[in-house]
Each structure stands twice: as structure tokens, then as C-alpha cells.
Design a protein around this ligand. Sequence first.
Ligand SMILES: [Zn+2]
Ligand SMILES: [Zn+2]
Ligand SMILES: [Zn+2]
Length: 143
Amino acid sequence: MSDLCDFPQLLAGLGVKPTALRLAVLEVLGASSKALRAQEILEAIRSKRRVNKVTVYRILDGFTRRGILRRLAIEDRVSHYELACEHHPPHPHFQCHNCGQVQCLEPAPLERMWRDLKGPLGNRADRIDIRVEGVCHKCREIS
Ligand SMILES: [Zn+2]
Ligand SMILES: [Zn+2]
Ligand SMILES: [Zn+2]
């Protein structure tokens, strides 16, 4: 959840026009406690307004390139997206082999490593990705 995020301000600060659709994309992701597939983001927006799939996918691409979103690309799996703003520092993920769902894990150790990499060590860190694979609790109940 992202009570701290001010999406219009975030976009304005990056020189991106805060259109209703761009804000809708960020709000869907901000309201989710897990990373979402592009299709899930599209469906959430479509429950409230008519929208073109290509337009939403283009927004996701543009946001990812600008570092507003993180794209969690996991081998042959469909990409998942999540907010990458200051309130959502990089963190490890758990992905289910069976349903493909991606859960966000506590950021603590990674957050410190990320800060140190950028700070005292002076490196330019663009991406950090730690992933745990397994079977989620829902899939375990079924099998
Ligand atoms: Zn934020
Ligand atoms: Zn599962
Ligand atoms: Zn996450």
C-alpha cells in the first residue's frame, strides 16, 4: 500500500504529464500489496473506464524506463510490475511455480545493501533482484 505516494507530484517532478490514465495505472499498483501482471492492471482499470490495451502497455513501458515502476521479469514467466518510488525500495520476491503469483517480501536486508551500494561504495546501482521460488499457500491447499 502506498498512503505516502503523491502520484501527481511524482509525475510532475519527472516532467511527465499526470493524465487520468497514467494516474489510474499508479493508483492500481499503489493499492496492491503484490506485484501485478500487465493484464491484471489493465483489468483493474477497465472495471472503471474504457481503455485501450496498447495505451496501458505503453504507459507501463514508459514508467519502467523512467524508474517509476519496477518490472520483475522472471525468465519465461509474464512480467510483473510494482511501484519503484522512494516509498517502495527494492525488496526480495517470492514466486509460486504453480500459479506464477509474485509476493513482495520484507525489504530490510536488501534495503541496506541498496543504500550502501549507492552511498559509501559510490557505485551506480540500477537494478537488484532477489527471488525465492516455491509453491504459495493457496496452491499448497489445493494440491
Ligand atoms: Zn511513493
Ligand atoms: Zn500459487
Ligand atoms: Zn515487490
